[in-house]
Ligand binder design. Structure first.
Ligand SMILES: [Fe+2]
Ligand SMILES: [Fe+2]
Length: 164
């Protein structure tokens, strides 16, 4: 791998993280009643997204939708089969309850994400255009309108948001 490829990967990771960090900071500023500062964080978050997407394009990591569904399913599978189980057992050993909980929510949600990506791959070209609903607490996704509690975190159906 060339130095520039390595740098693009590093810059993509950094900009992606800055995007989420600034959105978290914007929520905090909003909660503290500082609307202008919240807007600044959201503006910077948007700019970091532009940088991250541009770096990823230059890296050549955006393929056909079929390729992208495969890449997404395998990324999610790695996370729930390998990454999170290791992280959860370390969090248990270190008696870090909040870390154990956030990793467990993510691991269970990633299982569902992997399935949904695989289902979409099967359905490609079928003309199906489902809507998806995301639990705002744990990240569970469902393709049918939620009527019951979230199967992962137990939140009410109201915690779900339909993605347009
Ligand atoms: Fe996921
Ligand atoms: Fe949930």
């Amino acid at each position: 791998m060339s130095n520039t490829t390595q740098n693009l990967k590093e810059a993509f990771a950094g900009e992606s993280q800055a995007n989420r960090r600034y959105l978290a900071f914007a929520r905090k500023a909003e909660a503290e009643g500082m609307k202008g500062i919240a807007r600044l964080f959201r503006a910077a978050a948007e700019a970091e997204t532009i940088h991250a997407l541009s770096h990823l394009q230059v890296l050549g990591e955006v393929g056909s939708t079929e390729d992208n569904l495969r890449a997404a399913a395998s990324g999610e599978t790695y996370e729930f089969e390998q990454m999170y189980p290791g992280f959860i057992s370390t969090a248990k050993n270190e008696e870090n309850g909040p870390a154990e909980k956030t990793f467990t929510y993510a691991m269970k949600a990633e299982m569902v994400h992997a399935d949904l990506f695989r289902q979409a791959l099967q359905r490609i070209g079928s003309g199906a255009e489902p809507y998806y609903y995301v639990c705002g607490v744990c990240g569970h996704i469902t393709d049918s309108e939620p009527a019951d509690k979230c199967p992962i975190c137990g939140s009410s159906p109201k915690a779900y948001r339909r993605i347009e």
